[in-house]
Design a protein. Structure first.
Length: 387
């Protein structure tokens, strides 16, 4: 299922954008945006074909298809141990938009939100786009235990939200239940909302386990807005489908009103919802096998990176990205990115503020959601170019 024969490079070179195959020069292997090189599961393709064959592409329900919301509700009960009513699940056109929409709904201009550092740029971007101020809280790569007690010194009367990314992109940190309880206690003590981005929650490697923040207790669930999506676990990035889940009636009303779904100015892709519903209902087997493959690729990637002079990479606990420290090479993240692109013909993401914050300086990020053959070739090119 996940061999090089399953990777259609011809199609990827014409369809896979966002720094990937369709965006890089011919001959370059992109280990960039976290998007699988593999096609989605067959039942998803069949469901889309059946829906399309009827020939009707009418407006969808403003609050999304009930069958999708029900499927996601069941998935969270069975796999995340959290109960969300389908009535308080809002399909949106991506997890990225879900993050922005939550910030737009719950923050006012001048409000502050704490974001991790390093973390995906979408958190800072979303907070700042609505007139807020993003306050970075450092969580260095490889931190075994995060002492959230130091976070309180960053909280001011303007602080309204904590942005949690779990598992944490780009470091692959999976927060323990003990750590999350500590974070929840701080949020309760200071009456803060928590935006919990859980798009990576299915991509967790043994022996680590994912804990959804809202599963801690009803009180913390009531101040949490959970974001999820289907681009990482099921390869549906181009279908633009994610969801916002909350048990807080006030939060949901604000988010739904701000979404502009009812006016049809915005809305969630119906075909995306059909695909996501099918993924949840019929494709868990595919996801399980994908994770088994990814764990092998993680071990290969980390082993090979650590064999390169000047490189150091701690194995990620979750996410299918490796975050390699390259400071001992004497090169900056941007310089290493440029060097590997020109000399190794491999594209990586440089650890610069633009993408991950100040805490990413001296690192590069590599996606390993590809075949063993492609990954081996890319790592070989990197190793030879550094030699």
């Amino acid at each position: 299922m996940f061999s090089s024969e399953d990777v259609n490079l011809s199609l990827l070179r014409s369809r896979a954008f966002n720094q990937r195959w369709a965006s890089v020069p011919e001959g370059v292997i992109p280990l960039t945006a976290a998007d699988p090189d593999f096609p989605c599961a067959e039942p998803i393709r069949e469901a889309i074909s059946r829906y399309a064959s009827d020939g009707y592409f009418s407006y969808g329900a403003p609050k999304g298809l009930l069958e999708f919301r029900q499927a996601l509700s069941i998935d969270y009960i069975e796999n995340k141990k959290v109960q969300y009513s389908p009535e308080k699940i809002l399909p949106v056109d991506s997890a990225a938009f879900g993050i922005y929409l939550t910030c737009k709904s719950l923050l006012n201009p001048g409000d502050e939100a704490i974001v991790f550092d390093p973390v995906d740029f979408l958190f800072r971007h979303s907070v700042e786009s609505v007139g807020g101020k993003a306050i970075p809280f450092a969580i260095p790569p490889g931190t075994d235990y995060v002492d959230f007690s130091t976070l309180e010194q960053y909280i001011t009367p303007k602080t309204k939200m904590i942005c949690l990314c779990n598992p944490l992109n780009p470091t692959g940190k999976v927060f323990t239940r003990v750590e999350l309880i500590h974070l929840a206690e701080i949020a309760e003590r200071h009456d803060l909302a928590i935006l919990s981005d859980e798009i990576w929650s299915d991509i967790v490697f043994k022996p680590f386990q994912f804990t959804s923040l809202a599963s801690i207790d009803q009180s913390i669930q009531n101040r949490t807005v959970t974001i999820t999506g289907f681009s990482k676990s099921y390869g549906l990035a181009g279908l633009r489908i994610g969801a916002i889940l909350t048990s807080n009636e006030t939060y949901f009303k604000k988010i739904y009103s701000t979404s502009r779904h009812e006016s049809t100015v915005h809305g969630s892709n119906v075909i995306g919802q059909i695909a996501a519903k099918t993924a949840l209902n019929e494709c868990r087997w595919w996801l399980i096998n994908f994770i088994i493959h990814l764990q092998k690729m993680r071990d290969l990637c980390v082993s090979e990176l650590n064999s390169i002079n000047g490189f150091n990479c701690i194995a990620p606990q979750g996410c299918y990205v490796a975050f390699a420290n390259i400071t001992k090479t004497g090169m900056s993240s941007e310089a290493m990115h440029n060097y590997l692109l020109e000399e190794a013909k491999v594209a990586v993401v440089p650890g610069v503020k633009k993408w991950f914050g100040e805490g990413a300086n001296g690192y590069i990020r590599l996606s390993f959601a590809t075949s063993e053959q492609i990954l081996t070739e890319a790592l070989s090119r990197i190793k030879n170019s550094i030699k």
